[in-house]
Every structure is written in C-alpha cells, then in structure tokens.
Design a protein around this ligand. Structure first.
Ligand code: ADP
Ligand code: MG
Length: 404
C-alpha cells in the first residue's frame, strides 16, 4: 500500500464510524451475536494514514549513546534493540524525571519498553521502589513480565505477575517477598488486596497499559479502588494505541500535571498493515473462503478473530479437520490451556491461532503474517487492536476482514 495523507473527509468518516461503533455497541468484549454495523468500507486503509509515521523517524541517539545504566544497556542490546522507537525516545526523559504521562502510539511500536526502561534505570539509581502495572488480559501480563525479566537479566531486580486462573494461595505466598515490579489483571489484584496479601501502599509508580480499556466500564471500578489504595503513588503513566475522549475527566483525576505524548496519528492502525475486505456473497460458504485464504503459501502465521467463543471453537475445529493446524484461545479455556495454545502459536507448531478479543490487545507474537477477522469486529478500537497483532516492530503485515 502506498502511503497517502489522510484527507479531511476521510477523517470525518473515521470519526463518524467511531462514534457509530461506540453508540451502538459499547466497547469490546461484548457477549452474544449482535451484528456489527461498523462501516469498514470507510475505514480500511484510511485509518492511521496520517502525516507522520514511525518509519520515517530517526532517533537522536542509539540506546548505547543514552545515559542509561550500563547493565541495562547490555540487556537492551541482547534483545536486539539498537535505536529507541519514537515513543520510547519521547517518553524517556519525562519518565525519568518522574512526570505523570499519557503515551499514545501505534500498535507494535514498543510501548512496553517505553515504560519499563525508565523504571529500571531509576531502580539502578538509588532507593528501591515498587511499581504496579495493570493490564487487561492474563497473557499480556505474562508478556510484560517476560520483557521486564529480559531487560533486567542479572540485575537483581524482582518481578511477578498476578493473574486470574492461577492458584491464589501460591500468589499469596509469592507476595511475602519484595518485588520491584508487579504486573497484574484487575480482578486478581483486587482479590489479593482484599486478602491483605498485596499492600497497595508499597507501590509508588502506577502504569495502566491499554489504558482506554482499563478505564472503560468493565474495569474502571477496580482501577478506581486500586488507585484509591495507592496512598504513596508519586508517578502514573498511561499507555495505549487508542484513546477515548469520554475518559478525559477521569484521566484528569488520575494524573497530576501530566505530559501528553502522542506519536503518529491517534486514529491509528499502523500504516504498514495492508488492509483488505473480502465480501462474502449471499449464500456463499465463508468457511471455504477462509480455507482457501489460509492455504495460500504466504499465510505462514495467521491470527483469526471471531466474535464468540463458540465460533472460535468451531472455526478451529473445522480448520484442523481440513488439515490446517490451528490452536484456539478464549475466556472459557483454563489458563494452562491458554498458555499452551499461545505458546504453540509463538513457536510455529500451529499455523493458525483462532481467538476472541481476548487476544486483541497487547499480545506480541513475532512475524504474524496475517490477521483475519472472520467476522467484522464490534468497534473500531477492536479493529485497530486486532489488526495491530501484525505489522509490529517495523515489519509489514496484512489484515483481511470478511464482510457480508
Ligand atoms: P506496543 O506495546 O507498542 O504494541 P510492544 O511493546 O509489544 O509494542 O513491542 C512490539 C515489538 O517491538 C516487541 O517484539 C518488542 O520486543 C519490539 N521492540 C520494542 N522496542 C524496540 C526497539 N527499540 N527496537 C526494536 N524492537 C523493539
Ligand atoms: Mg503494548
């Protein structure tokens, strides 16, 4: 896809579609089979084609040239990071200075390291403190913890993640030791707080990753309670690829004199994702169309989204029967099952992962070649996050959405 500058009329269409998708369907994770009337024709390949793209960004300094802890820099190099991404470069200084911050940048542009690196650097520089990272899904919590462990390898810093679907008793036990970083999903963090295993007063830094999701209806009450318990909170950072204007006043109550850093268009899907719609003709066999697609040789690592858990089960089953190796992930599966499914997909043991929106946000699997929406997502945000599972870390990706 060639790069085109978003025209005003496209932007207007985009905002109309966004308002429409929200008014009719709420946000994400909706149960049932409500049909989406998201008008993708107006959006596809226009979303995010704003004037500035991370591709054209050239950092002032490489990580090696930055004034960061030497061991941390060594770990950054080992992870294969040479230059900071734009969001990483722009947030680094204010974060190290302790500013409250809202960071918005496209999917797959390194927002995790953007909040972890400054925290780690501060930890090497004087008095220890503890940070709390709250994320919407269990898989994302584990992923953030893994990144922290890679970045802090050999530095004597401790982290743990606390997520649903695992043993609470074990979590209570683990909380007897001090951690520099805790990552959790709201439900489990609340549970551990109520059991007095987790003491929120121990944490001075709070990060909400995927903050627009964390502040929407499904999570906001837990978040408010957690924030209320963090009496010694001195720095709060919010990160996401999407924002929600209606959350502005809530965000104002959470942050003190924040700096807003927004990279690239905020109405975004990374511009390096080539997006297509496939029309299913009346009476057409959608599953066969899907099968044809994923049988194409370029469909090496494919993430397929469907709206309901039942349909996820069904599509995965039919793919396997048709000789396409597929794993699946959704909220009704045990945590062990979910971890194994994602692991098989990461390691390339299966070609396809079929998922609900539980895998839409934050999940970083290398080299996902294609995202397929077997059904149109309910909201524009859901569309942006889903297709953002491909085209990450500067790579190209392709997204295909079936429409009727
Ligand atoms: P986001 O949260 O913005 O969606 P992630 O933090 O998940 O993105 O990072 C996306 C991918 O980019 C990850 O695989 C991560 O390891 C990689 N990455 C992060 N920062 C850099 C960097 N500075 N250089 C190269 N790759 C990076
Ligand atoms: Mg992320």
């Amino acid at each position: 896809m060639s790069y085109t500058k978003a025209r005003k009329s496209d932007k207007r269409k985009f905002h109309r579609a966004k308002a429409q998708s929200k008014n009719n369907f709420g946000r994400g994770f909706r149960k049932g089979r409500a049909k989406s009337n998201l008008d993708l024709e107006q959006i596809v390949n226009r979303v995010g084609r704003g004037p500035r793209e991370t591709d054209s960004f050239s950092p002032a300094r490489s990580f090696q040239e930055l004034n960061l802890d030497a061991k941390l820099k060594e770990n950054i190099t080992k992870m294969g990071f040479v230059n900071p991404t734009e969001i990483q470069e722009k947030t680094l200084k204010p974060e190290i200075r302790g500013r409250d911050l809202v960071g918005v940048a496209n999917t797959g542009t390194g927002k995790t390291a953007a909040f972890l690196i400054p925290i780690i650097d501060q930890l090497t520089n004087g008095k220890p403190f503890s940070s709390l990272v709250i994320v919407p899904t269990r898989e994302l919590a584990l992923q953030v913890e893994k990144e922290f462990k890679c970045l802090t390898n050999g530095m004597g810093l401790y982290s743990a993640s606390f997520i649903g679907g695992t043993s609470v008793g074990r979590d209570v036990h683990r909380l007897r030791r001090r951690h520099h970083l805790i990552i959790g999903t709201p439900g489990r963090l609340m549970d551990l707080t109520k059991r007095k295993a987790l003491n929120l007063q121990d944490f001075s830094v709070l990060i909400l990753d995927e903050f627009d999701r964390m502040l929407d209806m499904g999570f906001v009450n837990d978040i408010k309670k957690i924030v209320g318990g963090m009496k010694y909170r001195r720095q709060t950072m919010l990160f996401s690829a999407t924002t929600d204007k209606t959350q502005k006043s809530l965000i104002d109550t959470l942050l003190t004199n924040p700096i807003n850093i927004s990279v690239g268009p905020t109405t975004n899907a990374a511009a390096r994702i080539n997006q297509d719609l496939i029309k299913v003709p009346k009476g057409g066999d959608k599953f066969n169309m899907l099968l044809d697609l994923v049988s194409g040789s370029e469909y090496e690592r494919v993430l397929i989204f469907a709206e309901t858990k039942r349909l996820v089960d069904k599509v995965s089953q039919r793919l396997n029967k048709s000789g396409v190796s597929a794993a699946l992930i959704h909220g009704n599966k045990s945590q062990n099952y979910r971890i194994q499914a994602l692991d098989k997909f990461r390691k390339g043991k299966v070609q396809v992962l079929v998922a609900t929106d539980v895998a839409a946000r934050g999940i970083d699997v290398d080299n996902v070649t294609h995202v397929i929406n077997y059904e149109k997502p309910q909201t524009l945000d859901s569309y942006i996050h889903r297709i953002g599972r491909t085209g990450r870390a500067g790579k190209a990706g392709k997204a295909v959405t079936f429409v009727n």
